[in-house]
Write a protein that binds this ligand. Sequence first.
Ligand code: SAM
Length: 279
Amino acid sequence: MIVEWIRHTITPAPRPLRRMGVLHDLIAIDARRRRNRRAWTPHLRATHGVILDCAARLDRWDTVVVIGAGLAKDVPLMSLALLFRRVVLVDLMFMPSVRLSAMRMTAVELAPADVTGVLEAVRVLPPGAPLPEPRAAVPAIESADLVISCNTLSQLAHAPARWLAQHHHTDEATLEAFRRALIADHLRVLSEAPCPVCLITDTERQEMTAERPTAAEDLLHGVEPEVEGSAWWWRIAPKPEERLLHDVRHRVIGGWLKGYSASDDSPADLALGPATDPS
Ligand SMILES: C[S@@+](CC[C@H](N)C(=O)[O-])C[C@H]1O[C@@H](n2cnc3c(N)ncnc32)[C@H](O)[C@@H]1O
């Protein structure tokens, strides 16, 4: 805890992102990864594997854009930098280790950006004003040979929804619609990319008791990406990390994005097998 507090104090970050808890979230997820290194390794390996598999299937390797690379622990950065002339990392902000990698590898560029286009509008929203419309955009997407959205889709609404709940007391039904809109809009922009898109995202959270799911939550709020690839379980919080008596695991899908469905009643036909335990 004290180490996290020190990191929070000394890590440079734009003030608005600090206020909205973005730096705090990045430090917390990195600390959780360190505490649960063994449980996380299969997920990190599976993510690397999907990215490299997608990259190997291209016939042009000029520019790759990686969305959600603030920590870059699940991104095979060195391999991408050898394969592509230009590796554009996109995130709200980057931790010092990623900044250092970008300084060391000439192919790697940092593109700090809010891919939802709503974060600043939410931060300065006047009381009672309608919520901003999603305006998803991805830097360098027009010149990319491959776009990778890396374990970020389920997180896009996290900071803005938390801010709205805390500062505007926005009701849960409105927040739920807002989350769904941000997620669907990101998938819309990815689907319109002029190149293949690799999507890796967690889709469902399960609490496990004695190896059996006892509670489940849809992490994509009714939006269903159609992905051709693989699915696995990420043991994100083995007990007692989050719950004293329960393990928490997330279902993750990774592969080529083929489309998506944003309606509640027409689920997409996923070209995936059952989630496996990659360990
Ligand atoms: C669960 S973490 C994924 C970890 C990440 N793939 C890594 O190791 O670098 C989610 C990432 O999504 C980023 N993110 C969340 N909302 C974003 C937004 N609106 N625009 C760009 N990045 C965002 C966060 O800053 C964080 O780095």
